[in-house]
Write a protein that binds this ligand. Structure first.
Ligand code: ATP
Length: 296
């Protein structure tokens, strides 16, 4: 699966190297190269079961989840996107575990997925997620990311978008529940529901997440002021924000969020619009991920 748009064209540029490796190994494969996630998923669903190699970023792999969940097809990541946050958590770079996969040495591990449903002024939806979602300020700045200069690396792009979005930041009145218990209620700057630890090219929004623990993690930034946000973002970059006074967090199996007024939502870095409510549940071990051979 090649997403030509991933990494601002990086996946396309580096595809010949991936293809050469596949051909040199004598592996037979079908190349799916489509312009939208929906068409790519439809092509994959038409193929017989077998390992899937996602050449692109987290969004490329995320788009395929409905055809991968429940162990139907194991997934290998070749992280050539912009942020590559989920792959980064796994310690994967460049060609990922492809050389090990082709040599028959890749190791399979079961990881959790999130199933998310949302409702908003533009309608409702449902999606499976590998990494996580954000509502409020972090979704607003994710929407601004495509306007960031292409030469900026991952985290710098995120900071650029954050500073540009600060003036539009507003607090939303909301309620966040984890396993039915109220975690936060009142003015809210952002709310993240995570399976992985990081987003935005390395921001450790949920440093305590473990995608294999059968649980999701929720992090809420409450009434943070514009003046305090940049300093808080620097803390998030290092994963040192959970102890801050305006931050609450919890772990559980389900999360439910309601907003009095619509708040922006991103799903694995894809901004889907404004929502008034959202429910998330963890699907333990729903994804079989192929990783590098472990030494020892
Ligand atoms: N197979 C596909 N073909 C075309 N477009 C896709 C495909 N899969 C996903 N997309 C769309 O392309 C967008 C960008 O892909 P992706 O997220 O992988 O790259 P990125 O944003 O550069 O990397 P990252 O998410 O790691 O920062 C996705 O948000 C998704 O909507």
């Amino acid at each position: 699966m090649l997403n030509p748009a991933a990494g601002h064209g990086r996946a396309s540029r580096e595809w010949p190297q991936v293809e050469a490796l596949l051909r040199a190994s004598g592996t037979s494969f079908s190349l799916i190269r489509e312009s939208t996630r929906e068409r790519a998923l439809a092509r994959l669903r038409a193929l017989p079961p077998g390992p899937v190699v996602a050449v692109g970023g987290d969004g490329t792999a995320g788009a395929l989840l409905p055809a991968l969940a429940a162990g139907q097809r194991p997934l290998a990541l070749v992280p050539l996107g912009t942020g590559n946050d989920f792959a980064g958590w796994l310690g994967l770079h460049g060609l990922g575990c492809l050389p090990d996969l082709l040599a028959g040495r890749a190791q399979a591990r079961r990881l959790d997925l999130l199933r998310v449903q949302w409702q908003g002024p533009q309608g409702s939806g449902e999606r499976l997620l590998m990494n996580g979602l954000g509502m409020g300020f972090d979704a607003q700045l994710t929407a601004a990311l495509p306007r960031a200069p292409g030469w900026l690396p991952g985290q710098a792009r995120y900071l650029w978008a954050a500073l540009g979005t600060l003036a539009q930041m507003r607090l939303h009145q909301g309620a966040v529940r984890v396993d039915g218990q109220v975690l936060s209620s009142g003015p809210t700057c952002l709310c993240a529901v995570m399976n992985g630890t990081r987003y935005g090219g390395g921001f450790l929004i949920s440093p305590e997440s473990d995608p294999a623990d059968g649980r999701l993690n929720v992090v809420v930034g409450q009434s943070l002021s514009r003046a305090r946000l940049p300093a808080m973002m620097l803390k998030v970059a290092q994963g040192r924000h959970l102890a801050a006074a305006q931050v609450v967090h919890a772990t559980g199996q389900t999360a439910a969020v309601t907003w009095q007024e619509p708040a922006w939502l991103h799903l694995d870095g894809d901004v889907v619009g404004e929502v008034t409510s959202l429910q998330a549940e963890v699907l333990p071990g729903a994804l079989t991920l192929l990783g590098p051979a472990r030494s020892g």
